[in-house]
Design a protein around this ligand. Structure first.
Ligand code: AR6
Length: 176
């Protein structure tokens, strides 16, 4: 499989995906909230809440692994993106770190397929185009020197994100 074959994007609800791990855009408490995290907790069921509570806090830019419970995915990777203020508070580095921490956890656990939502672009207010660039660039760089995960799926939920990912992935594809 070539590197570019290892990246896909789809439109839809991440909780329905049959991948080894789905990533959720959590907050530091890991006990759920709205957006994608609310959807993941609702679909996974109360067992997830209990496991998250036992883990404790997850600082921004880091990630934690749990079971998938009632999701089709075997695992859930909870990562915490930056709350976007004006871009001058290291938000880009934190977002890059959220992707890298998730990928490292996936590699350590031999996770073959992983799906990412557009981390931090909802409640946390990160501008969509800049977040998309960080997501695609971090993932493609990772794939150049890592065997795991074998497949990375970007799961867009909102229509405008689709074209951003399509364009950025085709640019990245030329360099892969
Ligand atoms: N599947 C895929 N993507 C989704 C789904 C879904 N079911 N639902 C929403 N999105 P957000 P954040 C997209 O707000 O900005 C929570 O309360 C959504 O359209 O979920 O990192 C947490 O507990 C957007 O593109 O995450 C934190 O407190 C993207 O997911 C806080 O929000 C991220 O939006 C985190 O905020």
């Amino acid at each position: 499989m070539t590197t570019s074959d290892r990246v896909q994007f789809i439109v839809g609800d991440i909780t329905a995906l049959e991948v080894d791990a789905v990533v959720t855009a959590a907050n530091e408490s890991l006990i759920g909230g709205g957006g994608v995290d609310g959807a993941v907790h609702a679909a996974a069921g109360p067992g997830l809440f209990e496991e998250c509570r036992s883990i404790g806090l997850c600082p921004e830019g880091e990630a934690r692994l749990t079971g998938g419970y009632l999701l089709p995915a075997k695992h859930i990777i909870h990562t915490v993106g930056p709350v976007y203020e004006d871009g001058s508070f290291g938000e880009a580095n934190v977002l890059r770190s959220a992707y890298e921490s998730s990928l490292r956890l996936a590699e350590e656990n031999a996770i073959r397929s992983i799906a990412f939502p557009c981390i931090a672009t909802g409640t946390y207010g990160f501008p969509n185009a800049a977040a998309c660039e960080i997501a695609v660039d971090t993932v493609t760089k990772w794939l150049e020197c890592h065997e795991y995960p074998e497949l990375i799926v970007f799961c867009c939920f909102e229509e405008p994100d689709i074209s951003l990912y399509r364009e950025r992935l085709s640019n990245a594809g030329q360099a892969l």
